[in-house]
Write a new protein. Structure first.
Length: 230
């Protein structure tokens, strides 16, 4: 009997990793992907070979293929999954993408040699989870859970919530995503307050193709704009 495919939505809802931007004009994707892998491997506690790179153009096949390989080979820490030009999403089996993200930006701010190793990637964001954008309630549930794991009610900080839409789906309303997140922050973290000029914490909802990605990180200087190269 042929096995039925597991729900794509259930698979994507469990994924987290890193979102990169790059200049896709006149450039091939492969060298950019290789640079992303070198960067992540350098700052993670694991070492991953080229076998983790996927050329699948179909995202569902890529998710399904990598889910199986994770069960067979726990050493595979990173896996590229195709989105759109200028955006590169690398999912990870690491428990906390924020830790790797912080290590990279501490070095990017202080190490002069950093700019010689990163020449193609432009910006980098830690993605706490990715899901199907149409499942707004599921996305918000995951986002709130991520925030509750990052902070407690006694936390005191300023924050901003931003929205970057690259899918062009008119049925998805920005307020459906942002208003519940802001309400949750006001209700669950009473010592915090919004600030859009220089916040301590930035939260971003990305809509890319039919997927929603949630990013959250502390800001300081260069990290405020997540810029890897200037």
């Amino acid at each position: 009997m042929k096995k039925s495919k597991p729900s794509f939505q259930n698979i994507t809802n469990d994924f987290h990793g890193f979102l990169f931007t790059w200049n896709s004009c006149g450039r091939k994707k492969r060298p950019v992907l290789e640079e992303a892998y070198r960067l992540l491997n350098r700052y993670s506690e694991h070492n991953v070979g080229e076998e983790a790179v996927s050329s699948d153009s179909d995202m569902e096949c890529a998710f399904e293929k990598e889910k199986s390989s994770f069960n067979q080979d726990k050493a595979k820490t990173f896996m590229e999954l195709p989105l759109i030009d200028a955006y590169l999403f690398v999912k990870t089996s690491l428990s906390s993408p924020i830790e790797v993200f912080d290590k990279i930006f501490v070095d990017a701010s202080s190490n002069r040699e950093f700019k010689t190793t990163v020449t193609k990637l432009q910006k980098m964001y830690p993605i706490l989870h990715a899901s199907i954008a149409a499942d707004v309630n599921g996305f918000l549930l995951k986002s709130k859970r991520s925030l509750s794991e990052c902070f407690d009610r006694s936390s005191k900080f300023t924050w901003s919530v931003e929205f970057i839409d690259k899918c062009g789906n008119k049925s998805l309303n920005i307020d459906d995503f942002l208003l519940p997140l802001k309400t949750y922050l006001f209700d669950e973290f009473p010592l915090t307050e919004p600030c859009y000029s220089s916040p301590d914490v930035v939260m971003i909802v990305f809509l890319i193709k039919q997927y929603a990605l949630f990013s959250c990180y502390h800001t300081h200087e260069r990290l405020k704009y997540c810029t890897l190269i200037k």
